[in-house]
Design a protein around this ligand. Sequence first.
Ligand SMILES: Nc1ncnc2c1ncn2[C@@H]1O[C@H](COP(=O)(O)OP(=O)(O)O)[C@@H](O)[C@H]1O
Ligand SMILES: [Mg+2]
Length: 238
Amino acid sequence: MNIIKQAEKNCRIWFDGDIWEQCPEEFFEPRYWQNQHAIIGQAKGRGQVVFFSHQDQSFVLRHYRRGGLVGRIISEDCYLFTGKKRTRPWREFSLLGQINELGLPAPKPVAIRLIKEGLLYRADLITQLIPNSNDLSRLLVRQRLSSEIWQQVGRVIRQFHDAGVDHSDLNIHNIMLDEEEKIWIIDLDKSRIRKPAASWQRANLERLYRSLEKERQQLPHWYWLKSDWALLKQGYQG
Ligand SMILES: Nc1ncnc2c1ncn2[C@@H]1O[C@H](COP(=O)(O)OP(=O)(O)O)[C@@H](O)[C@H]1O
Ligand SMILES: [Mg+2]
């Protein structure tokens, strides 16, 4: 990575100069890509996530938002600024960089924008799109996944854990499968690298299990069985 920094008034941008030659502020505005007819898709997470293409490559733009109750009571997308290195975009951007250097399957970070407003900031992240991929939740509403895939999910989580990556929100929407049946882990907001330990690793897996269970209880069709979980654990345990 060749991180380039730009600053203008209350706006700071960092981007990978190996991927883009320049990164003007409008790159963080969905409307800009709309006007360019460059939007190629979108997804829903805590907010709207926009997929766009630029110079023959595809990217994902996400605005940082709070989920849940706090987001509805306090401001939805403002965070307290206590130093650049503590901001959510900076932490996710640099963590994604480290994870990619380790050769783990996570999207490449491309750029972040931070807009300071007094003591607060708003922010956005751009990553490379994982081509022809679906998150597992989208697949599981219509089909079962093979044993090999479930084992592979376990193996990939294990690789992240061996590298000390504590995912703060390992749920079924944050695991992707691409056309070549490769598994990817996304959405590393609030995640961090720490000393491998059974306690947080177990907590990550339990969170994923709860997310599978929750969808099973809520959705009319959910093609996931307890035996699939056993396969995942098998892959994880190696
Ligand atoms: N790099 C990517 N490639 C392909 N799809 C992605 C990528 N990043 C996010 N998505 C899609 O967008 C959804 C929401 O993105 P995510 O980063 O998980 O944000 P949120 O914090 O809103 O959950 C994901 O569940 C996934 O379907
Ligand atoms: Mg997510």
